[in-house]
Design a protein around this ligand. Sequence first.
Ligand code: NAD
Length: 248
Amino acid sequence: MDVDLDGYSVLVTGGTRGIGRAIVQEFAEAGARVAFTYRSSTSEAEALVNELEEQGTDALSLQGDVADTDVAQSHVDAVVDRWETLDVLVNNAGITRDGLMLRLTEEDWDAVLDTNLKGVFNFSKAAYRPMMRSGGSIINISSVVGTNGNAGQTNYAASKAGIVGFSKSLAKELGSRDVTVNVVAPGYVKTDMTDELDDDTRKSILDTVPLDRLAEPREIAESVLFLASPAADYITGHVLHVNGGMSM
Ligand code: NAD
């Protein structure tokens, strides 16, 4: 996508794989300085930093759990220490722990809500002050499941619907500070998360997608890049559905 974000500093949570990795690459190609977080695989993160640096991108990897409030603060501080501002925050890290309600454990509930929703709160709160000073944009990754619901995903759907209410509220709080807060809600995307689906489930999903295919991670990343670009300066509190027509 032809967007110039030279001089922007960007922080993407969960940036080593899947959609997060595509977002990192998209911002790097747009000329931004890119920091990304990862939970455990240091070798994967180092390889990605090397790849980005070879392309001429100023890159930073940060290890830790997004559910940890202190980790979020230290990651945002590290970005601001290095680049002075944080212009774009993309809350992408997310997990699933699926199961019908009857079998879902308290641990399944807490793990998903802590990562997917508290993680978004943690990073947005840490970014609040730096962004209040110089403006910026926050883009949170929800899911079609947050709008439509899905049997076996009460925890995941609650976390992703929570992101929508959170983002609209924060958009109202931060609008006067020139900070936009938006949501990208993907349908089903080709990543490790959907690799786990069996053939029958995959087929029944595709039956509901008018475009008759899963999304490429790049197609989600381009929507994120658009919302972070000057072309979207007057868009806030919006949920951009990128789902092949699965939900209209
Ligand atoms: P993925 O499993 O491929 O990658 C998730 C990333 O998040 C990884 O880098 C992982 O390390 C990181 N992560 C997970 N828990 C973390 C934690 N506690 N702390 C720090 N990092 C953590 O997933 P994906 O498919 O690329 O999904 C990315 C986002 O998009 C998620 O929020 C997911 O819910 C959402 N989403 C995915 C799909 C899909 O079809 N894949 C559809 C809709 C929404």
